[in-house]
Design a protein around this ligand. Structure first.
Ligand code: FES
Ligand SMILES: [Fe+2]
Length: 311
């Protein structure tokens, strides 16, 4: 798992009146909001005797531990020890927090101390959606696979004709395929089938390593995907859907919701995930055992970046 990157850990709407406990980035985290609305994040263990702070409450503008009531402000400073209200608070009782930002309706945590990189997002992609009057539908859930198997799948156009042959039949041949790298970005384009062939469709994917992808299928459906590691073998998979294939006034939300459910719950959960689970690599990040095809070039580039970032 790569350090010093921003990862989407949950949606902004999940942070409300109570602390939230999440396992992400191979750590148990607690997230909460200060009274002025700032999102905060720390390791979910009280510096006193280790109780999970996510079981506590928000009280007097602070995160309060459920065990002995120590209170912490948003930067992690311990500001109250109820058993010794008049004593100086030792520095060891301060909570170490992680950098947090909110953007695009998501809460992002930086798994390092000094964020020098931006939150990964393709603003042009979202602008295009808004210009089309697109309606967004967000879906997220846990999958018991490495995030790397998901990222690998996002530029893999030639699996669709096989894994999804009953649900989303498309031509197996990928034409006009290209993949290029620019920094942490991988841009992939391809066409399923030949012009005039049934199911012929252009697809493009923009990956921002390590965990973001934005996909466009023929300009008719667009997805943004964040594949955030929960740990080495589990992923929190967030997907934002928009579509312009079916436009009936007043029904855009419903139709986009149907598209999201079709892709997320049927194609990914029922059809892709069993294949992802079956891909066993001793090291999920080492694809040295693969024999890649030209149509896998986006995958090769993604893992090239991943390896560089790991060093
Ligand atoms: S363990 Fe948190 S206050 Fe004691
Ligand atoms: Fe798939």
């Amino acid at each position: 798992m790569l350090t010093d990157h921003w990862y989407a850990v949950t949606t902004s709407s999940e942070l409300g009146a109570k602390p939230v406990g999440l396992r992400r980035l191979a750590r148990d985290l607690v997230l909460w909001r200060t009274p002025d609305g700032q999102a905060c994040c720390a390791v979910d263990a009280c510096p006193h005797r280790g109780a999970a702070l996510s079981r506590g409450r928000l009280h007097k503008g602070c995160l309060e531990c459920p065990y002995h009531g120590l209170r912490f402000e948003g930067q992690g400073a311990c500001v109250a020890v109820p058993a010794h209200p008049d004593a100086a608070i030792p520095p060891a009782l301060h909570l170490s927090t992680l950098p947090v930002r909110e953007a695009h309706g998501l809460v992002w945590v930086f798994n390092g101390q000094d964020p020098k990189v931006d939150i990964p997002w393709d603003a042009a992609f979202e602008t295009a959606l808004k210009a089309e009057g697109g309606v967004f539908v967000d879906l997220s859930d846990h999958f018991d696979v490495s995030y790397l198997r998901v990222m690998e799948n996002l530029t893999d156009y030639h699996h669709v004709a096989h894994v999804h042959r009953r649900t989303a039949p498309v031509p197996a041949q990928v034409t006009a395929f290209s993949a290029r790298r620019d920094g942490l970005n991988v841009y992939v384009q391809g066409t399923l089938g030949k012009p005039g062939e049934r199911g012929h469709m252009k697809a493009s994917t923009h990956i921002v390593a390590p965990c973001l992808a934005q996909l466009d299928f023929g300009g008719l459906a667009r997805f943004a995907v964040c594949a955030t590691p929960i740990d080495a073998d589990n992923v929190w998979l967030f997907a934002r859907y928009s579509q312009t294939a079916l436009r009936f006034p007043g029904l855009e939300g419903l139709l986009t919701r149907l598209l999201g459910a079709f892709d997320y719950r049927l194609l990914q959960r029922r059809e892709d995930a069993p294949i992802w689970r079956s891909q066993r690599l001793p090291d999920p990040a080492d694809i040295g055992r693969y024999t890649l095809l030209p149509a896998d070039e986006g995958i090769r580039l993604y893992f090239e970046i991943h390896q560089e970032l790991s060093q």
